[in-house]
Design a protein around this ligand. Structure first.
Ligand code: TXA
Ligand code: MG
Length: 340
């Protein structure tokens, strides 16, 4: 397959991209969270191409993207009032709500579940693409299954070339982590994946929201979100997450650096000098957790271009977007967390 690469500021491109979607093809497009790999959500043959392009297991369901809350009833049914309220407050934006699936939506999208995950992206290219295609767009993150999600064109340029019909270069994703996923399809609201819309923001609308245990713990066979059971966000090197007081974490990591250049440290800004024998990648400071979120996946991908075989990772504590960063790092580390 030959992939056409275009820039988001190319005037004629968007209609062409929409025509590809409407006729059953695949397009990688920017969103405010991460890049998505989209196809017509009403066409199960097009949806099958997404799974193939990513090498994604068929039992991991996809998110359906719509342009406006007025389209919600065409993809979901028995929509509770709380869902409208959530979308009114936090969309367009980084929020996905799991609801009962409308019969319009092929079962393959949801891996056979009777639910569907719905999101209204705020990125102008994503929004315009949905409108011009005249259909909802199914789109997972545009990475090969298991890799960190792409947050800029450079991440998809080579990895996905030849796997999709078109790739739109839309610069850097603003947020850098995938959307918050909350389920309203069960007895009680459950947070399935933390993101930029925080637990507190959800609770402002929903009251108490339960946390899926698969957010921070290994999948035990009962996760409500099937995607949670797969190894995720993983660079080639082994990732080890180290938590504790700053000074102790630093000296623990320092004590692990033996072979020069074999060890990577995903550190905070200004810490590079502590780990001078290692390959360091600062990704922000704990006082600005949005920056940590924005830089995380690019930093993990950076280590793939270095010879390191292990990456020690620093992480910030907090109940805002820090929770999402911690969740992605725990998955990247395959649950290897050292408390010092
Ligand atoms: O920010 C995002 O959400 C990005 C952009 C492209 O919109 N998309 C994204 O999609 O991250 P993906 O496929 O990489 O992650 C979707 C997550 C998975 O963990 C999946 O298991 C869960 O949402 N999910 C999808 N449909 C579901 C459903 N019906 N029930 C429960 N979980 C669902
Ligand atoms: Mg993904």
């Amino acid at each position: 397959m030959i992939t056409k690469h275009i820039k988001a500021d190319d005037a004629a491109f968007l209609q062409e991209a929409a025509d590809i979607i409407a006729s059953g093809g695949t397009v990688i497009f920017p969103t405010e969270t991460v890049y998505g790999l989209g196809a017509n959500a009403l066409d199960k043959n097009a949806v099958a191409k997404i799974f193939e392009a990513k090498g994604r297991p068929a039992d991991n369901p996809l998110i359906v993207h719509i342009a406006d809350v007025s389209e919600l009833d065409s993809v979901a049914k028995d929509v509770p009032e709380e869902a409208y309220e959530l979308f009114r407050r936090y969309s367009p934006g980084p929020l996905t709500v799991v609801l009962k699936r409308d019969d319009n939506i092929p079962a393959e999208i949801s891996a056979g579940l009777d639910t569907v995950a719905v999101r209204i992206p705020s990125h102008p290219i994503a929004n315009a693409l949905i409108k011009l295609s005249s259909c909802p767009i199914a789109a997972p993150s545009a990475n090969v299954s298991g890799k960190p999600s792409p947050t800029c064109y450079a991440h998809v340029k080579d990895e996905m070339d030849g796997r999709v019909d078109m790739i739109i270069d839309g610069g850097e994703s603003d947020i850098g982590l995938e959307s918050t996923v909350v389920s309203l399809a069960g007895e009680e609201p459950i947070l399935l994946r933390p993101g930029a819309i925080t637990l507190r923001q959800l609770e402002d609308v929903l009251g108490r929201v339960a946390l899926s245990h698969s957010i921070f713990a290994k999948y035990d066979g009962t996760a409500a979100s099937p995607g949670m059971k797969y190894r995720h966000y993983a660079p080639k090197a082994k990732v080890v997450l180290v938590r504790g007081y700053d000074a102790e974490v630093r000296s623990f990591i320092k004590s692990k650096i033996r072979l020069k250049g074999d060890c990577g440290v995903l550190c905070f800004d200004g810490e590079e000098d502590f780990f001078c024998e290692a390959v360091t990648r600062p990704y922000g400071t704990p006082s600005e957790p949005r920056t940590l979120a924005h830089n995380l996946f690019d930093a993990l991908r950076y280590f793939d271009s270095t010879p390191v075989s292990v990456i020690y990772a620093r992480v910030a504590d907090g109940d805002g977007i820090e929770m999402a960063v911690l969740n992605r790092l725990i998955k990247a580390a395959g649950f290897t967390v050292i408390e010092v």
